[in-house]
Design a protein around this ligand. Sequence first.
Ligand code: PMP
Length: 386
Amino acid sequence: MTDNIKQLREDEDRYQLHTYAKFPFFIDRGKGCCVYDEGGNEYLDLYGAHAVASTGHCHPAVVKAIREQAGRLIFYSNVAYCSVRARAVKKLLLMAGEPYHQAFFVNSGSEANENAIKLARSLTGRREVISVSGSFHGRAYGSLSATGIPKYHDYLNTPVPNHRILPAEEVARAVSDATAAVLIEPIQSMGGMREVTLKDLKEIQKACQKEGALLIFDEVQTGIGRTGTFLYSGRGGVHPEMVTLAKGIASGFPAGALLVTREVASSVKSGDLGTTFGGGPLASAAIEATLETIEREKLVENAARTGTYLREALSKLKAVDEVLGRGLLIGIKFKPPLSAKAVQQGLLKERILAGSSIDPQVLRLMPPLILGEKEADRLVKALKSL
Ligand code: PMP
């Protein structure tokens, strides 16, 4: 480590609040599935910059779109029509498909969920929000109150009233005429890559329809192709009324979106929702370029194909108990005494980045959707040598 880097590291520790356990290196640049530290060392990024680098790091088409837009107009809010926003929102709706009719652009996953909850409460005139144990929905007050991982509630003092968190199999029975919304993360990534069963999802949808509650899927991680379909929503005929997106939607430019059905859209009036930065020209340029790249390079199909390839290889490893998740949203459950943390540290020595979860046995992979068999083989080889 040079003296300059040492100083910068001290500065970051000195001046930035200590809210994250950090990788032990300085990140400098990224390309494709890899990132590089200040010393030029290459790391295979299976953490995907926090499930964000959907098209890979610095995809040339995304870089070009951001550069060009920055020179044309960095920002104007939604009070002005803007061609790049029009193209981005149309592309998003075309790729999402029926029954999604309109979108509201925001800046993050938490904000998308906050707006979905707010809309559900105002449209139904009800207050209760039910979510599922093990889910993660964000760090703002409402989305954190809906988060079903107890340790995050320690930071809340008192959650928003009328939020109930239940095991998935108890949700359908709990839905009543007091319920505004059921909020579900279909594959609970931070929760240890646990998937809510299709049977539970169908029953929850039926209960919501019967009681007039709105179903919301938090697709901040599962959306934008990661699980091998553009959205998770639609599997088994379960179409929530609202879908929240963020992370991979703009390849790393901060952005999110709330998708709604025609019926929900028809109840939204001018002034109901708002944001200064959501859907700004730079974000829209990054969204448009990301979506076009995903379509042109068939990255949804690649997520399914490479996901299956990697899953098969991982499930043959002696140390692996179970491979969880779908597509390129992968949880590797290791047999004790091997812990996910120990494997994460071991992989770091091999210059491979992966994530942990609340399950000490489950290591998480959320790599770029461009991941190929060569990179998948590198991981499998490294795991064999641990
Ligand atoms: N929902 C899910 C499923 C997430 O994984 C996250 C972020 N980890 C969020 C919501 C919150 O997104 P953000 O950090 O962009 O607010």
